[in-house]
Ligand binder design. Structure first.
Ligand code: KIV
Ligand code: ZN
Length: 515
């Protein structure tokens, strides 16, 4: 029997700390549901003490998820632990993850605490967390640059205090694979009570070594890996879940453990996270990049046709690539639509939501012959489940552009039920559209990101636009899809505005957290 390698996903917490990668509560729930379906063991849903919005989002994920443990992050202080414990109350299975920095540089400059005080805080926090749940994780932050003797001391004390998981973070992505493997081995050998805890790793990718370091640690006995979908995370990101899971699965000849992940959910999860955050996946990204399984070179194609194993070490369908089939068309019924979206991880909260989405699907199917999974995903990502709270909707958009002339756009928006119209010119049709929208709404927000992708191939493909807006520290991502990219842009901008006016209480975690 192989050991179980626990997959701890932190897309919703560390992933969201990535500049610009903000998610609404509803979006967090949708990602969490897909992670649960993927059979992720632990979902770190956020940092409840960071803001009331983060608290509510963790609580909502804790209520929605039943088959994965839901975790909340807390600094090693009484208020943070209390907030995490309270937010996690609705969870069927919960974990509090508390941390404090242990490297000399962090203790001296950030915490301004003596090592003895750091140990005291860590122990007290683990004990307090145990009053909320039996499942407590402790992380000595910046362990990768901490002194081994001090690590041994604080880890022994926190295991004694009741921590069942000890997570070793390479917070700044400084370690090398053999060095990190040695560290895990040394800790497991030197700490007298190390057998009472599961050793976990949390690697950042500053030197592009997050996955290599995590896998080396697994070779040295770590049995939990903290990772994110698409490797999202602070700075260069975290270890990518899909790479960790597929490396372990593909190289079972080398690993004494395996995960329980349903790998067919990997590509849908990658798409969902990319759509929601507006962070595109690079085409040559392992496992989930558009080219990851494309064999363009003639010599490769020839080999793959004769025997797949000549060049393929994994099967595209095993990670969910086959999911993008032509599934629905103009004559498909509401039930087929609902069932297909359920398969893709979307569940409608009410019949009204379903009807609304189905009407949009019918409108799309009138103009687009074949509807693919990606079209469906874009359709729901665009409006999410928040329609009930939408204040603005695009009623009409006419744009004109001609060579040598200044493009113009005339936009009509339903604002709280009454129609408003404005016309503007701009540097391009999209610029004119955004100016016209701003003339009506006057949000005063700054456009931080604008990107267009073609959802499927062919000139009749829908264009999918992501827009990121920032206003006084609040960051929101909006999405829009349409056969006309100017209309898709207008929809995306309005989708972002709806979030901006709905999520006042959720500042971007980078602005609210002092991690
Ligand atoms: O990178 C890090 O050290 C963290 C901790 C909170 C585990 O994210
Ligand atoms: Zn981290």
């Amino acid at each position: 029997m192989k050991d179980h390698l626990i997959i701890f996903d932190t897309t919703l917490r560390d992933g969201e700390q990535s500049p610009g990668a903000s998610m609404t509560q509803d979006e967090k729930i949708r990602i969490a549901r897909l992670l649960e379906k993927m059979r992720v063991d632990i979902i770190e849903a956020g940092f409840p003490a960071a803001s009331p919005g983060d608290f509510d989002a963790v609580k909502a994920v804790a209520s929605a998820v039943k088959n994965s443990t839901v975790c909340g992050l807390a600094r090693a202080n009484p208020r943070d632990i209390e907030k995490a414990g309270e937010a996690l109350k609705p969870a069927k299975s919960s974990r509090v993850h508390t941390f404090i920095a242990t490297s000399p540089i962090h203790m001296e400059h950030k915490l301004r605490m003596r090592p003895d005080e750091v140990v005291e805080h860590a122990v007290a926090s683990v004990k307090q967390a145990r009053t909320y749940t039996d499942d407590v994780e402790f992380s000595p932050e910046d362990a990768g640059r901490s002194e081994i003797d001090f690590l041994c001391r604080i880890i022994e004390a926190t295991i004694d205090a009741g921590a069942g998981t000890i997570n070793i973070p390479d917070t700044v992505g400084y370690n090398l694979p053999n060095q990190f493997a040695d560290l895990i081995q040394a800790l497991r050998e030197k700490i007298p009570n190390s057998d009472k805890a599961v050793f976990s790793v949390h690697c950042h990718n500053d030197l592009g070594l997050a996955v290599a370091n995590s896998l080396s640690a697994v070779m040295s006995g770590a049995r939990q890996v903290e990772c994110t979908i698409n490797g999202l995370g602070e700075r260069a990101g975290n270890a990518s879940l899909e790479e960790i899971v597929m490396a372990v699965r593909t190289r079972q000849d080398k690993f004494e453990c395996d995960t329980r992940i349903d790998t067919a959910q990997i590509v849908p999860a990658s798409r969902l996270v990319s759509n929601i955050t507006g962070f595109a996946v690079q085409p040559n990204k392992a496992i989930v990049g558009a080219n990851a399984f494309a064999h363009e070179a003639g010599i490769h194609q020839d080999g793959v046709i004769k025997a797949r194993e000549t060049y393929e070490i994994m099967r595209a369908e095993d990670v969910g690539w086959s999911a993008n089939r032509m599934v629905l068309g103009k004559h498909s019924g509401r039930n087929a639509f609902k069932e297909r979206l359920k398969f893709l991880g979307f569940e409608f909260g009410s019949d009204e939501e379903l009807n609304h989405a189905f009407t949009r699907f019918k409108a799309l199917a009138d103009n687009k012959h074949e509807i693919f999974d990606d079209d469906l995903q874009a359709l729901v990502t665009e409006s999410g489940h928040e329609e009930a709270n939408e204040r603005f909707s695009l009623a009409d958009l006419q744009s004109s552009s001609a060579m040598g002339k200044s493009p113009t756009a005339k936009v009509s928006i339903d604002v709280d039920g009454s129609k408003k119209t404005a016309e503007e010119s701009g540097n391009g049709a999209v610029d004119a559209t955004f100016r016209a929208i701003e003339k009506i709404i006057e949000s005063g927000s700054m456009l931080q990101l604008y990107s267009v992708n073609s959802i499927t191939s062919g000139t009749d493909a829908q264009g999918e636009v992501s827009v990121r807006l920032e206003r006084e520290g609040q960051i929101v991502n909006g999405h829009g899809a349409d056969l006309d990219i100017v209309v898709a842009s207008g929809k995306a901008y309005i989708n972002a505005l709806n979030k901006l006016y709905h999520t006042k209480d959720r500042m971007h975690p980078q602005l609210t957290q002092a991690i």
